[in-house]
Design a protein around this ligand. Structure first.
Ligand SMILES: *[C@@H]1O[C@H](CO)[C@@H](O)[C@H](O)[C@H]1NC(C)=O
Ligand SMILES: *[C@@H]1O[C@H](CO)[C@@H](O)[C@H](O)[C@H]1NC(C)=O
Length: 411
């Protein structure tokens, strides 16, 4: 058995940049003039930070509809599903994979160009299929062909619709072998690019260009499209950097126990495809030093034998919950300096620590430099638990407010 027990994902698209086109948002209101105002959609989530390492959503595709579970990923655009074409590197039985019909998207389609942007798709004949190959920061990849199919959806205004949306039929997957196989059927791309599930729903006039999620620390939670569930007060907002493909914010300053750490100018990407939070080596080292100093003389010892995550500590007795040691750790905070007011995102101990299977407490903030994230930092699932996060592409801002993620919003 593998010594590394945690399932660690970093679904952040790399290599092939996705198209981010501000113009989609500007033309939005004019494309909406027909009939009814956009509605919204809510999906319950399953999954957890540990031991699973992902939050997933069940979505139906096709007619008759078949249900697939997807990792929700704000760090990439393309939605893809394990596909019986047949498949190499699929983890699901062929009967549970998607079966393509003759529904491939031609390589001359604008969606194919969006998927390949800023490069051009290989397209010797305009009718040929649109191939794709996406690579993630954790070395995982999916290769396949772009297809379209119906997505039976129940909107919050009561309408049941079946929009045709494009997604990847992934017939060749490769994910790091050091980890147990993912149990989900694929990835739901929630990024800002044209090909993303969100942008396609917006283009079809179904929802506003806003998504949000609430990841429960007990596991589960919910994901929503549209702006109907955003509380009218209490939300902290910070601008999204407009020239970035990802949901990037900053510059920000890192606080520890409400005090400055001297670390400023941080750029942060919010990525539900990442189980843990990553800071670049310098920031990571500073955080480790601060925590290490605070733990001196406290009843926690290094647990080098625990390989769950790079740094674990052992208590006098095996621990069951982070709450048992919460008082030994301090709250980190990200202070945004570009907002009108001083806006902070608090990261309390339960949003950066996990309890391993042997009852040790482990550090869920990892070294981003080690995984190739040099100038960006990633805020992963662990640090977004117990809050409603809102990605508003119309107002180009990111919001958060503490929320009860176990309670699904009603229409
Ligand atoms: C619900 O919203 C959708 C998307 O705007 C629209 O097509 C549909 O007609 C609406 N249904 C009702 C009952 O208003
Ligand atoms: C982070 O990773 C980089 C690259 O592997 C390494 O050089 C550096 O020492 C690491 N930093 C810490 C604090 O472990």
């Amino acid at each position: 058995m593998n010594s590394r027990l945690s399932f660690l994902l970093i679904l952040l698209l790399i290599i092939v940049p996705q198209s981010f086109q501000g113009s989609i948002f500007k033309t939005f209101s004019s494309t909406l003039t027909p009939k009814s105002p956009p509605s919204s959609l809510v999906f319950p989530l399953s999954g957890n930070v540990f031991p699973l390492g992902y939050y997933s959503v069940s979505v139906q595709i096709g007619s008759p509809p078949k249900t697939f579970t997807f990792d929700i990923d704000t760090g990439s655009d393309l939605t893809w599903v394990q596909c019986d074409a047949p498949c190499t590197g699929c983890t699901l039985h062929p009967s549970l994979q998607y079966k393509p019909k003759s529904n491939t998207v031609p390589c001359s389609d604008p969606l194919c160009s969006a998927l390949h942007w800023p490069k051009k798709p290989h397209c010797p004949d305009p009718k040929e299929q649109c191939d794709y190959d996406v690579h993630y920061a954790d070395q995982g990849s999916s290769m396949g062909v772009l297809v379209t199919d119906q997505f039976p959806l129940k909107l919050m205004n009561g309408s049941a619709l079946q929009p045709h949306l494009a997604f990847g039929c992934g017939y060749d997957q490769s994910f790091p072998s050091a980890h147990p196989p993912p149990m989900t059927a694929g990835v739901l791309g929630l990024g800002r690019g044209k090909i993303s599930f969100l942008t396609q729903l917006v283009s079809a006039g179904l929802t506003r260009n806003v998504i949000g999620h609430c990841l429960s620390s007990k596991g589960g939670g919910y994901l929503f499209f549209g702006d109907s569930h955003i509380p009218s007060t209490g939300v902290s907002w910070t601008p999204l950097m407009s020239q970035e493909n990802h949901y990037t914010t900053g510059p920000a300053e890192l606080l520890y126990n409400e005090k400055p750490t001297g670390l400023k100018g941080l750029k942060l990407i919010f990525d539900t495809g990442s189980s843990y939070t990553y800071f670049n080596s310098k920031t990571y080292q500073t955080i480790l030093n601060l925590i290490g100093n605070d733990l001196k003389g406290k009843p926690l010892k290094d647990a080098k034998e625990d390989k769950t995550l790079p740094i674990c500590w052992k208590g006098a007795k095996p621990l069951k919950s982070v709450l048992e040691v919460k008082n030994l750790f301090k709250t980190l905070a990200i202070k945004f300096m570009n907002g009108r007011r001083n806006t902070q995102l608090q990261i309390p101990p339960e949003s950066y620590l996990i309890i391993s299977k042997t009852g040790n407490v482990c550090m869920g903030i990892l070294n981003g430099t080690e995984v190739g994230l040099h100038d960006s930092n990633l805020i992963g699932d662990i640090s977004m638990q117990g809050i409603m996060m809102i990605y508003d592409n119309e107002k180009q801002q990111l919001g958060w407010v503490s929320a009860d993620c176990d309670k699904l919003p009603k229409s």
